[in-house]
Structure formats: C-alpha cells, structure tokens
Design a protein. Structure first.
Length: 261
C-alpha cells in the first residue's frame, strides 16, 4: 500500500479539520430526520387504515428503500431524477447536490420510520383501547391517552437507533461530492499521503459524535417516557390493563372516529 510511515501527530492535526465539516454532517442528519418522519407518517397511515391502492404503494415504497443499498439510491436520485423531471420540462440541473442527498436520506429513513410507526401502534393491546371506550373516551382521546404513549415507548428506542445509523450512512454523501467529514478525510489523506492517520482521526470523530448523540437520545427518551413510571395517573394505560369489555371492531377502525356506544 502507498502512503508515508504512520505518524500519530497527523491524527491530532486532522481532528480539528474534520470537526470543521461536522456542521454539514449534522445538517444532513437533521434535514433527513425531519423529512423521514414526515414521509414515514404519511406512508404508515394508508397501511394502518387499510386504504386500497395507497396501502400497496406504501408497502412498495418501504420495500424498495429497505431492500436496496443507500449508495444506489443516492446515484438514482442524483443522476436519474433530473432526467425524469426533464420529461416534464422541469430543470433541476442547478439544484445543490445537498438537496438530493437530504431527499435520498430522508426517504430512506422514512421507509424505516413507517414500519416503526405501524408496528408500534399495532403492538398496543387492543383490549386497552376497548376499555377506554367503556369509560366514555372518544376515538381521539383513546389514541392520545392510551395508544400514543405506549406506541411512543416502543418507537423511541428504534428511532434512536435509526438516528445513529443515519449518522454513519452520511459517510456515503462524499460519493456525490459533498464535503462532509468522510469527504474531508479523503482530501486530507490524498494531500498528505497519511491515509491511516486520516481514517483513524475520522473514526475517532465518528465515535465521539455517536457517543454524545447516543447519550442525548437516551436523555430525551427518558424525558419522553416519564409517563411509563407513573401508571396511576388519570388516563394512564396501566389503569385499563385489567379491563376487557365485549368484542368490538379493530382499534384502528374505531380510531377513525366515533364515540363509544
């Protein structure tokens, strides 16, 4: 392999230079998460409510983005989408590459978010929703006070893992010329011929950022799930755990609207 002999001093020298591009990496993560949450919610609703055609399209969307490499998706959106838009006489040739990167990562993340939302809501015991109706709650109240808190408890850890995975996936953005941390390390390695030092510095920066991000996500998770430690509060799901009223339609169908009889 090429390159100069290993010198740890270069590792120390490279770290501040890599941190200079950390802001761009974080912007990619933030933009992708916001788009992913929106896309995931919109994709989950048709399958939860079993809307014909839309449910099948939603499943196809999730399957495509979960079943193909994100690197291929980046190339498809950056090189393929402008060509398709040209057919509709829309010119996006001057669109910043960062837009395509965030769009790709956002839709990729949204596929996993949609599955997380769907699975979290369906994991809530339907008997608790039925019990909520027997005490006079409406569909909206039952969802807000019974379903949503428990679904959130299931979804938040998964969403935290998705965020950490997104941090690492941003390293592929340099393939489109985005000068984030990985792209910067590539440039430093090529200029100095100290490849091992550049990638070691990059690994250390990713490790520290992931460690800090993980701690912040766990802190946010504990704050969001405080209701799980207060099961005796009014409207808490645990108050309905032992109640089992007569059989009713599925909770998702009832949550569309309508009061308890």
């Amino acid at each position: 392999m090429g390159g100069l002999p290993f010198d740890f001093a270069y590792v120390i020298d490279f770290i501040p230079k890599l941190l200079g591009t950390l802001g761009l990496t974080l912007r990619i993560i933030a933009g992708s998460l916001l788009l992913g949450l929106l896309a995931g919610l919109l994709a989950a609703l048709p399958r939860l409510y079993r809307i014909p055609v839309l449910a099948q399209l939603s499943q196809l969307y999730a399957s495509f983005f979960r079943g193909t490499p994100i690197l291929i998706q980046l190339f498809l959106f950056y090189y393929g989408l402008p060509e398709l838009l040209k057919l509709a006489h829309v010119d996006v040739s001057k669109t910043p590459v960062l837009v395509f990167v965030i769009l790709t990562y956002g839709l990729h993340t949204g596929a996993y978010v949609s599955e997380t939302i769907r699975a979290s809501i369906q994991a809530v015991d339907r008997g608790q929703v039925e019990a909520a109706y027997t005490v006079g709650m409406t569909g909206v109240q039952a969802f807000r006070r019974i379903v949503a808190p428990q679904a959130l408890a299931i979804a938040v850890p998964v969403l935290s893992n998705l965020t950490l995975a997104l941090l690492k996936d941003t390293s592929l953005a340099f393939t489109l010329g985005v000068m984030e941390m990985t792209g910067k390390s590539q440039t430093l390695a090529s200029l100095t011929q100290h490849f091992a030092e550049a990638y070691l510095a990059l690994a250390l920066v990713y490790f520290v950022v992931a460690f800090v991000l993980e701690k912040l996500l766990k802190l946010g998770e504990r704050r969001l799930l405080r209701h799980e430690r207060s099961g005796d509060e009014p409207g808490s799901p645990r108050r309905f755990a032992g109640l089992r009223p007569s059989v009713r339609p599925s909770p998702i169908q009832e949550l569309k609207g309508g009061n308890a009889p």
